[in-house]
Design a protein around this ligand. Structure first.
Ligand SMILES: [Zn+2]
Length: 326
């Protein structure tokens, strides 16, 4: 696809690389709501690959990988076009929050958005029309942010079409230990699903890193994101980064199990553990130390992640527990 992204502000232009912003509203202080965009044209023909991060503002690992990859790509030959959006919800990113500060909306629940209502809806609609629509393939990075831990898992949008099969293949190629057919989501308005519906775009949604790993594993998790994009680029024929050693992969159906009560939560089973139905995953106590809730595995499955902060509120995501598909 020929890339036709038009930037409202060009911050810098060097060689094949252009950095700039797409704007969608001015604030009272004269600054703008805007989306930072990095565009790097390759030296040969090929697909347009869009890689974005921080749809949730506190999930930085993908952002760091995009910035690092752009620095590499501006200096080397590759086919197609690379579009990097390191901080899609820039409002949330700049304030270290998951959702938009201005109107409180969760950007990854309101796609495709609209241009007629709130600023986060306008962000979604602007991004759909002016960026996502121009891409052939999309990698939309997420992670555990400031309150969850997740093992690296790559969501794909599957149906029995060429696009569905390609999305599944793209998730495998990314080379993370878990892949997830995202058809059981209890909510809608998710980026890659809406791009598929609107434009037929083939996309994946990797979840990599969280606040748990930022002290000792920050570079490792950024590296997983970076290598994952490179693996996809090799698969797309954009650049030959070689064939990585394939990790052992498990295809799962991830479920976000919520707590009923709030209190102090303690994990009994940890990431990557296989847990039998009925076994205890976590317990919850009140401030006097009395146990008030016990979370039991509803089926035989694998622990992908959990709420990683000691205190949990009623109704928060407590366990990210998956059914094993193969
Ligand atoms: Zn997220």
């Amino acid at each position: 696809m020929e890339n036709k992204i038009v930037l409202d502000v060009i911050q810098s232009q060097t060689g094949r690389r252009t950095d700039g912003y797409i704007r969608f509203g001015q604030k009272a202080d004269g600054s703008h709501f805007q989306i930072p965009v990095i565009e790097i044209k390759g030296t040969g023909d090929g697909p347009v690959l869009l890689v974005d991060a921080c749809t949730h503002g506190d999930e930085y690992e993908g952002a760091e990988a995009i910035i690092a990859l752009a620095k590499e790509l501006e200096q080397c030959d590759f086919n197609g076009t690379f579009i990097g959006v390191p901080a899609l919800n820039f409002d949330a990113f700049c304030t270290l929050t998951r959702a938009s500060v201005t109107d409180g909306f969760n950007l990854n629940r309101i796609f495709p958005g609209n241009l007629d209502t709130y600023s986060t809806h306008r962000l979604a609609a602007t991004y759909m029309e002016r960026v996502a629509k121009q891409a052939d393939y999309v990698i939309s990075f997420h992670g555990g942010g400031d309150v969850l831990h997740l093992e690296p898992i790559v969501g794909y949008i599957y149906d029995d079409t060429e696009a569905g099969h390609k999305s599944q293949e793209m998730a495998k190629v990314f080379n993370a230990p878990y892949t997830w057919k995202m058809e059981n989501l209890p909510f809608s308005g998710v980026t890659v699903q809406e791009y598929r519906k609107a434009y037929g775009t083939i996309g994946i949604l990797p979840e990599v890193g969280s606040h748990c790993g930022r002290l000792h594993d920050r570079e490792k998790n950024v590296g997983i994101c970076l290598q994952g994009v490179k693996n996809v680029m090799t698969w797309l024929g954009m650049k030959d980064y070689g064939t990585p050693e394939r990790v052992k992969q498990m295809d799962v159906e991830l479920h976000y199990i919520h707590s009923w009560n709030g209190g102090i939560q303690k994990l009994v089973r940890r990431e990557n553990e296989i847990v039998e139905a009925g076994e205890t995953l976590a317990v919850l106590t009140d401030v006097f130390g009395n146990q008030i809730e016990e979370l039991k595995a509803p089926w035989r499955g694998v622990v992908i992640g959990y709420w990683s902060v000691p205190v949990i509120r009623p109704g928060d995501w407590w366990s990210l527990f998956a059914k094993i598909l193969d």
